[in-house]
Design a protein around this ligand. Sequence first.
Ligand code: SF4
Length: 317
Amino acid sequence: MSVANARPALTVLLATPRGFCAGVDRAIQIVERAIEKYGAPVYVRHEIVHNRHVVDRLRALGAVFVEELDEAPDDRPVVFSAHGVPKSVPAEAKSRRMLYLDATCPLVSKVHVEAQRHFETGREIVLIGHAGHPEVVGTMGQLPDGAVALIETVEDARVFTPRDPANVAFVTQTTLSVDDTAEIVAALRARFPAIAAPHKDDICYATTNRQEAVKTVAARSDVLLVLGSANSSNSVRLAEVGRRSGAAAYLIDDATGLDFDWLQGARTVGVAAGASAPEVLVQGLIARLGEVFDVTVEEVEAARETVTFKLPRVLAG
Ligand code: SF4
């Protein structure tokens, strides 16, 4: 090959861990096994996880995605998404004698239990999270209207006015920015020193590890490419974390979203994937980069993950 035709060298730093977490893996398996066991169609309330490729693949297998339970018939199984649902949803399914499978991530269910426990001891509960996200809707919906106050920012924490400042607790969404949440928690603790809290926050291991890996990778990269869908909270956070760590960061659904103009002059590109993004998309992106560049891939490992979650008994085995 002549030197004139040589492809420019590009180092790809692959953030590890990346992609599917234990809760996403479990939720997808629940839909797949439900289709195997009960046949199609199986209804799924809300996108099972926030990834377009995952949803399209399950739809092709026989899943029907609906936003509310009243869009599903009584006589077909329905799966609740990994983000969790308000208590009213299983209650409605029971009243209609529907067969339902709950794919709520056990780490989201743990937050539900914490909120319930605080409520039973008479505490006023603050939920740190993003308004409108299905996990937030689900967590707030564990308790009666008005029992949980949503806080999104440090400013919200500074102006929040509880009924009794000595009797407040907080819980958090699982997929927040670790650093932003620490600031909000610090603002709450400064105002309410006795606030009841989880050990640190409720941000899950997968969110924490992926953000840690992105920080390391982004600090060494000119550009960071994050695979994930725009409605995926943890994927959006990864792009934000990357930007703060000094890389130009882009969130793309797959290799077709890559714009090579972003990479002009870049010698090192970081690649990460949100907790709902399949690994095949990462490999597709590396292959696409390899069409233009002479790519060297280096894995950058921030943590080892060994977490797995059991399937519901009716689908196990
Ligand atoms: Fe569960 Fe965390 Fe994965 Fe969400 S990102 S499904 S909380 S493990």
